[in-house]
Design a binder for this molecule. Structure first.
Ligand code: THU
Length: 160
Protein backbone atom coordinates (compact mmCIF):
# COMPACT_ATOMS: atom_id res chain seq x y z
CA UNK A 1 0.00 0.00 0.00
CA UNK A 2 1.20 3.51 -0.68
CA UNK A 3 -0.17 7.00 -0.79
CA UNK A 4 0.10 9.14 -3.90
CA UNK A 5 -0.19 12.90 -3.71
CA UNK A 6 -1.36 14.99 -6.64
CA UNK A 7 -0.82 18.72 -6.37
CA UNK A 8 -2.41 21.46 -8.43
CA UNK A 9 -1.52 25.13 -8.31
CA UNK A 10 -3.52 28.07 -9.58
CA UNK A 11 -2.88 31.75 -10.14
CA UNK A 12 -5.23 34.15 -8.38
CA UNK A 13 -5.73 37.64 -9.81
CA UNK A 14 -7.35 40.20 -7.52
CA UNK A 15 -9.30 41.77 -10.36
CA UNK A 16 -10.03 41.30 -14.06
CA UNK A 17 -7.83 44.36 -14.73
CA UNK A 18 -4.74 42.36 -13.68
CA UNK A 19 -5.22 39.83 -16.49
CA UNK A 20 -3.21 39.94 -19.74
CA UNK A 21 -4.96 42.15 -22.30
CA UNK A 22 -6.05 39.31 -24.57
CA UNK A 23 -7.61 37.53 -21.60
CA UNK A 24 -9.44 40.70 -20.53
CA UNK A 25 -10.95 40.80 -24.02
CA UNK A 26 -11.84 37.11 -23.80
CA UNK A 27 -13.43 37.59 -20.37
CA UNK A 28 -15.45 40.54 -21.71
CA UNK A 29 -16.87 38.19 -24.36
CA UNK A 30 -17.75 35.70 -21.62
CA UNK A 31 -19.42 38.48 -19.62
CA UNK A 32 -21.55 39.46 -22.61
CA UNK A 33 -22.43 35.81 -23.15
CA UNK A 34 -23.38 35.46 -19.48
CA UNK A 35 -25.86 38.31 -19.78
CA UNK A 36 -27.60 36.41 -22.58
CA UNK A 37 -27.84 33.14 -20.68
CA UNK A 38 -31.20 31.44 -20.71
CA UNK A 39 -31.54 30.60 -17.03
CA UNK A 40 -35.14 31.27 -15.98
CA UNK A 41 -35.16 28.39 -13.46
CA UNK A 42 -31.90 28.69 -11.55
CA UNK A 43 -31.47 32.43 -12.14
CA UNK A 44 -27.77 31.52 -12.26
CA UNK A 45 -26.19 32.83 -15.41
CA UNK A 46 -22.95 31.47 -16.82
CA UNK A 47 -20.91 32.73 -19.77
CA UNK A 48 -17.98 31.10 -21.51
CA UNK A 49 -15.62 32.30 -24.23
CA UNK A 50 -12.96 30.21 -25.95
CA UNK A 51 -9.99 31.56 -27.90
CA UNK A 52 -9.01 29.20 -30.72
CA UNK A 53 -5.63 28.94 -32.40
CA UNK A 54 -7.19 30.26 -35.63
CA UNK A 55 -7.94 33.53 -33.82
CA UNK A 56 -11.67 32.89 -33.56
CA UNK A 57 -13.54 33.38 -30.30
CA UNK A 58 -16.53 31.11 -29.65
CA UNK A 59 -18.95 31.89 -26.84
CA UNK A 60 -21.58 29.96 -24.96
CA UNK A 61 -24.07 30.47 -22.16
CA UNK A 62 -26.14 28.08 -20.10
CA UNK A 63 -29.38 27.03 -21.71
CA UNK A 64 -32.00 25.73 -19.30
CA UNK A 65 -35.12 23.71 -19.93
CA UNK A 66 -38.40 23.09 -18.11
CA UNK A 67 -37.27 19.46 -18.09
CA UNK A 68 -34.25 20.41 -16.00
CA UNK A 69 -31.72 17.73 -17.10
CA UNK A 70 -32.30 18.70 -20.74
CA UNK A 71 -30.51 22.00 -20.16
CA UNK A 72 -26.83 22.57 -20.89
CA UNK A 73 -23.96 24.38 -19.19
CA UNK A 74 -22.25 27.38 -20.76
CA UNK A 75 -18.89 25.63 -21.07
CA UNK A 76 -20.21 22.65 -22.99
CA UNK A 77 -22.43 24.84 -25.16
CA UNK A 78 -19.25 26.70 -26.16
CA UNK A 79 -16.83 23.80 -26.61
CA UNK A 80 -19.26 21.64 -28.56
CA UNK A 81 -20.10 24.50 -30.89
CA UNK A 82 -16.41 25.39 -31.28
CA UNK A 83 -15.54 21.81 -32.17
CA UNK A 84 -18.50 21.53 -34.54
CA UNK A 85 -17.69 24.79 -36.34
CA UNK A 86 -13.87 24.57 -36.28
CA UNK A 87 -13.07 20.86 -35.98
CA UNK A 88 -9.34 21.31 -36.69
CA UNK A 89 -8.76 24.26 -34.36
CA UNK A 90 -7.09 23.94 -30.98
CA UNK A 91 -8.51 25.58 -27.88
CA UNK A 92 -5.98 27.96 -26.35
CA UNK A 93 -7.82 29.74 -23.55
CA UNK A 94 -11.22 29.67 -21.92
CA UNK A 95 -12.77 32.47 -19.87
CA UNK A 96 -15.70 31.69 -17.58
CA UNK A 97 -17.94 33.96 -15.53
CA UNK A 98 -20.99 33.10 -13.48
CA UNK A 99 -23.44 34.95 -11.29
CA UNK A 100 -26.77 34.68 -9.57
CA UNK A 101 -29.54 37.13 -10.37
CA UNK A 102 -30.63 36.82 -6.71
CA UNK A 103 -27.42 37.70 -4.89
CA UNK A 104 -23.93 39.04 -5.49
CA UNK A 105 -21.41 36.58 -6.87
CA UNK A 106 -17.98 37.90 -5.98
CA UNK A 107 -16.02 34.67 -5.73
CA UNK A 108 -14.58 32.72 -8.66
CA UNK A 109 -17.01 30.05 -9.88
CA UNK A 110 -15.22 26.94 -11.17
CA UNK A 111 -16.62 24.74 -13.96
CA UNK A 112 -18.75 21.79 -12.85
CA UNK A 113 -17.45 18.24 -12.97
CA UNK A 114 -19.29 17.32 -16.17
CA UNK A 115 -17.79 20.32 -17.95
CA UNK A 116 -14.31 19.47 -16.66
CA UNK A 117 -14.69 16.00 -18.14
CA UNK A 118 -15.92 17.42 -21.45
CA UNK A 119 -13.12 19.99 -21.70
CA UNK A 120 -10.58 17.32 -20.78
CA UNK A 121 -11.53 15.33 -23.89
CA UNK A 122 -10.40 18.22 -26.13
CA UNK A 123 -7.21 18.92 -24.17
CA UNK A 124 -6.19 15.30 -24.67
CA UNK A 125 -7.34 15.27 -28.31
CA UNK A 126 -5.33 18.36 -29.24
CA UNK A 127 -2.31 17.29 -27.11
CA UNK A 128 -1.81 20.78 -25.70
CA UNK A 129 -3.02 22.51 -22.60
CA UNK A 130 -5.99 24.83 -22.35
CA UNK A 131 -5.73 27.80 -19.98
CA UNK A 132 -8.91 28.18 -17.94
CA UNK A 133 -9.76 31.52 -16.29
CA UNK A 134 -12.84 31.69 -14.07
CA UNK A 135 -14.54 34.36 -12.01
CA UNK A 136 -17.89 35.36 -10.52
CA UNK A 137 -19.44 38.62 -11.63
CA UNK A 138 -16.69 40.70 -10.09
CA UNK A 139 -13.67 40.24 -7.87
CA UNK A 140 -10.95 37.64 -8.08
CA UNK A 141 -10.14 35.60 -11.16
CA UNK A 142 -8.50 32.18 -10.90
CA UNK A 143 -6.32 30.78 -13.67
CA UNK A 144 -5.61 27.10 -14.20
CA UNK A 145 -2.77 26.46 -16.66
CA UNK A 146 -4.44 23.27 -17.80
CA UNK A 147 -7.76 21.51 -17.47
CA UNK A 148 -5.83 18.59 -16.02
CA UNK A 149 -5.20 20.61 -12.84
CA UNK A 150 -8.95 20.69 -12.28
CA UNK A 151 -9.49 16.97 -12.87
CA UNK A 152 -6.91 14.78 -11.15
CA UNK A 153 -7.10 11.08 -11.98
CA UNK A 154 -9.39 11.84 -14.89
CA UNK A 155 -11.05 9.20 -17.03
CA UNK A 156 -10.03 9.17 -20.70
CA UNK A 157 -10.02 6.95 -23.78
CA UNK A 158 -6.90 5.09 -22.61
CA UNK A 159 -9.10 3.49 -19.94
CA UNK A 160 -11.59 2.05 -22.41
N1 THU B 1 -23.89 25.84 -14.98
C1 THU B 1 -23.04 26.10 -16.01
O1 THU B 1 -23.44 26.66 -17.03
N2 THU B 1 -21.76 25.73 -15.86
C2 THU B 1 -21.23 25.13 -14.77
O2 THU B 1 -20.07 24.74 -14.78
C3 THU B 1 -22.05 24.97 -13.57
C4 THU B 1 -23.50 25.18 -13.75
C5 THU B 1 -25.29 26.20 -15.12
C6 THU B 1 -26.22 25.02 -15.25
C7 THU B 1 -27.52 25.62 -14.76
O3 THU B 1 -28.16 26.26 -15.86
C8 THU B 1 -27.09 26.67 -13.76
O4 THU B 1 -25.73 26.94 -14.01
C9 THU B 1 -27.27 26.25 -12.31
O5 THU B 1 -26.64 25.04 -12.05
Amino acid sequence: MKTITIESSFTVYDDIKELPNDVIDLMQEAIEARKNAYAPYSKFQVGAAILLDNGEIVIGSNQENAAYPSGMCAERTAIFYASAKFPKAKFLKMALTAGSLDHETNTPIPPCGACRQAISEYEIKQDSTIEIYFMGVKGKVIKSDSLANLLPLGFDSSHL
